[in-house]
Design a protein around this ligand. Structure first.
Ligand SMILES: [Zn+2]
Length: 447
């Protein structure tokens, strides 16, 4: 078998005659010397086949890693000839050379792009022995290309949707417009999740009704009418938009968000009790209620040591407010554990009684919130949804952000979320054509 044919096939490059190769002593770099077959691909500019040979030139391009060689280069000799159409000496077109990144082959760009779907540019640059900044531009270029071609899968199950926001960044406002203007500029991104697939199907900057509306626009009218359950944050704007755009959806409040609000309410109780303890100089309670020990009161914390259990027991004896609040928190989780609507209602009624008896203003405020959204919470029980998907995705996004040591560009952060947790990647889209062609036929740089 001819080695040149093998190289042609595996490198997706034009027909070449391989004459020799050079291996670096550390067995990490390979350099292949080859000559393009004569007058095969025509003029670089107009494609007209060349007639009279003028000279030969050589060009070195990086190709994807070959077996154990992380760095692989191809030095290709190509012909220059007098083009009758262009009227001057032109180079022969080298197939498989990337149109934008001229030092790399299209297969290298696609390999790097696929790698960067999973990891950061810096990590890919170490693996592929390539400049991180170049890889960053490759990633940006490729993501734009994919976004143009992006289409949600035909068999997308949209019967269960959920919307959630993730934090992007918090800025200190330097030039505040007035004394009452906000000091911090906090930015969020709204994600729309297809719960059945556990994937994010769209996202948009900010967390308001407009951003959710924009997210929902990726779905067709028919798909929107198929939405059965829509899990949301307790945000009036979100609820209004969801009701408007998904006429048949049962809006439910996610357990994750309920637990968040409940923990906030409990933390307010802890703060007010800490304040009281400081007033009467009760050192034991001050230590127990300090922010650092907040985790001790968390729901069903199984990691408490014997000593911590004892201290918590003592605190419960001294401080009835904390004791009652802990019981309320625990009981509320039991209420949410119910699988059927009947038992849920009776347990919730008992829970209301418990809250009323405690006479704690923070817990009473939370109970009012529960009463306000009771129908939506009941929908949650009916839907049998769990928090696993939204928690898992939030975790994945947190890891993504930490891996990149934070993002400064909102657009690329949003694209990365879609790539890592959604359908905007080579696993869900067919990008095989990119191995041999530098784009899908359209070049975003030219439009
Ligand atoms: Zn020409």
């Amino acid at each position: 078998m001819d080695i040149s044919n093998l190289l042609n096939d595996i490198m997706q490059i034009q027909e070449i005659n391989c004459d020799r190769y050079f291996l670096c002593t550390d067995l990490k770099t390979i350099k292949i010397f080859a000559q393009a077959k004569r007058q095969h691909s025509g003029c670089n500019k107009c494609g007209f086949p060349g007639l009279h040979s003028h000279s030969w030139r050589a060009k070195t391009i990086q190709i994807p890693p070959l077996c154990s060689f992380a760095e692989a280069y191809l030095q290709i000799q190509y012909e220059r000839f007098k083009c009758p159409l262009c009227g001057n000496v032109q180079s022969e077109k080298i197939k498989g050379l990337h149109r934008k990144f001229k030092k790399y082959s299209t297969s290298f760009v696609e390999t790097a792009g696929r790698l960067m779907e999973e990891t950061t540019c810096a990590a890919s640059s170490r693996l592929l022995a390539c400049n991180a900044k170049t890889l960053w531009s490759i990633d940006n270029y490729r993501t734009k290309l994919l976004k143009k071609k992006f289409k949600l899968p035909d068999d997308l199950d949209v019967s269960r949707l959920s919307a959630d926001e993730v934090h992007f960044r918090t800025h200190k406002v330097v030039n505040r417009s007035g004394p009452f203007a906000p000091r911090w500029d906090i930015r969020f991104i709204t994600n729309l999740v297809a719960t059945k697939h556990a994937k994010i199907i769209a996202n948009h900057r900010a967390r308001n009704d407009i951003s959710l509306k924009n997210c929902l626009r990726v779905l067709t009218k028919e798909q929107l009418s198929k939405v059965d359950f829509f899990a949301l944050d307790m945000h009036p704007g979100f609820m209004r938009v969801a009701k408007q755009m998904c006429p048949n959806a049962n809006i439910c409040v996610d357990r994750f968000h309920l637990a968040q609000k409940l923990n906030e309410a409990f933390d307010s109780v802890r703060k007010s009790e800490l304040w009281k303890a400081k007033k009467i100089n009760d050192s034991f309670q001050e230590v127990m209620l300090s922010p650092g020990r907040r985790f001790m009161f968390l729901e069903r914390n199984p990691n408490l040591s014997n000593e911590e259990e004892n201290m918590l027991g003592k605190l419960k004896l001294i401080n009835t407010q904390i004791h009652h609040s802990m019981l309320i928190v625990d009981y509320f989780h039991k209420v949410l554990d119910e699988k059927f609507i009947g038992p849920f209602r009776s347990r919730l009624a008992q829970w209301y009684l418990l809250v009323r008896e405690s006479k704690n203003k923070h817990m009473l405020a939370f109970a009012r919130l529960v009463r306000k959204y009771r129908i939506n919470i009941e929908n949650y029980i009916k839907s049998n949804l769990t928090t696993a998907v939204s928690e898992g995705l939030n975790n994945k996004i947190r890891v993504l952000k930490a891996m990149a040591y934070d993002y400064s560009n909102e657009e690329s952060y949003m694209n990365k979320i879609l790539q890592r947790c959604g359908f905007l990647n080579s696993r869900c889209m067919d990008t095989t054509a990119l191995y041999s062609n530098s784009d899908f036929g359209t070049d975003p740089a030219h439009q």
